[in-house]
Design a protein around this ligand. Structure first.
Ligand code: CP
Length: 313
């Protein structure tokens, strides 16, 4: 693996989950692998879990960590070729990526979707700009289209908590006051497509995700029907894909309640808005896996960084 950009870079999900669980049991087993090497984490958007868990994973591997909040501290980057840069952008990705590559052995990038320009977001201009011009491996820490570190963490959490060979897993849309990207849902779907499960996506009409991601996954517009006999309910808001980036409605009937959850385990990537996306009674119950999902972010990142470091040798 040269870069970790999407779920498609996982060659064997069961092997990666096993390796993550192995690292979770003994996090410092490869503590010299990253000695004298540096990872640079570039944040174009806010983060709590991704920032801290990726740093923790890097530290467990002996890496030095440099973090830069590009959004408000870096120069505004230009991504188009041949632009006359006489407006808002100050530095071209060509120089920026080459310069950062001299300071870092691995670069992590967080750059969300704009939710205003679908074609631009689909082209992953920031992630692919760094991939094109950097000379070191790139790690996707949530891009326009995907959040593969989150999905790998979710696969670990599912494996740890499932006692069935083919559990029923439901991905449910939930209301949210702001327009949110599709990345978490996209990568979760792609991850579920790599394993044998009874998988259902449920959302109100109008919130269909990119059909090139959902492919043949089952979609049920009746949330209560979708939730019947669920073992795991993964809840996430996303904005419309067809009416790109729009909040079509905030139907509060779609909030997850304890009554709707039944006996299923509750999953969410966090951060979560209490009593909008999900009620307190769910988050504060033993059915909630959200804290363990966040814990597993460290071991998902550690698997990825370990593999990239092994390739550098
Ligand atoms: N789940 C997730 O990526 O959390 P942060 O946005 O806080 O990093």
């Amino acid at each position: 693996m040269q870069h970790f950009l999407s779920i498609n870079d996982i060659d064997s999900l069961p092997d990666w989950v096993d390796e993550a669980r192995n690292l979770k049991n003994e996090p410092l087993q490869s503590k010299f692998l990253g000695k004298d090497k540096t990872i640079g984490l570039l944040f174009f958007n806010n983060s709590l879990r991704t920032r801290l868990s990726t740093q923790k994973a890097a530290m467990n591997l002996g890496l030095e960590v440099i973090v830069m909040n590009f959004g408000n501290e870096g120069w505004a980057l230009e991504y188009n070729d041949g632009t006359i840069m006489d407006k808002g952008t100050s530095e071209h990705i060509k120089e920026a990526a080459q310069v950062i590559s001299q300071y870092c052995d691995i670069i992590g990038i967080r750059a969300f979707a704009s939710l205003t320009d679908r074609a631009n977001d689909k082209a992953e201009v920031v992630l692919n700009g760094f991939k094109k011009y950097a000379s070191v491996p790139i790690v996707n820490m949530e891009s326009s289209v995907g959040h593969p570190l989150q999905a790998l963490s979710d696969a670990i959490t599912l494996a740890e908590n499932s006692n069935k060979t083919k559990p029923k897993v439901v991905l449910s849309w939930a209301p949210h006051p702001k327009a949110l990207p599709h990345a978490v849902a996209n990568s979760f779907i792609q991850m579920m497509q790599l394993q044998d499960s009874d998988f259902v996506i449920t959302h109100p009409k109008g919130y269909e995700l990119d059909p090139s991601i959902t492919k043949n996954s089952q979609i049920e517009f009746n949330q209560r029907k979708a939730l019947e006999n669920a073992d795991f309910v993964y809840v996430k808001n996303w904005s419309s894909f067809s009416d790109y980036g729009k909040v079509l409605n905030q139907d509060h009937d779609w909030m997850i309640t304890k009554e709707k959850l039944g006996n299923a385990k509750f999953m969410h990537c966090l951060p979560v808005r209490r009593n909008v996306v999900v009620e307190d009674a769910v988050l504060d119950s033993e059915q909630s896996l959200v804290i363990e999902q966040a814990n597993n972010r460290t071991y998902a990142a550690q698997v990825v960084l370990k593999m990239l470091l092994e390739n550098l040798k």
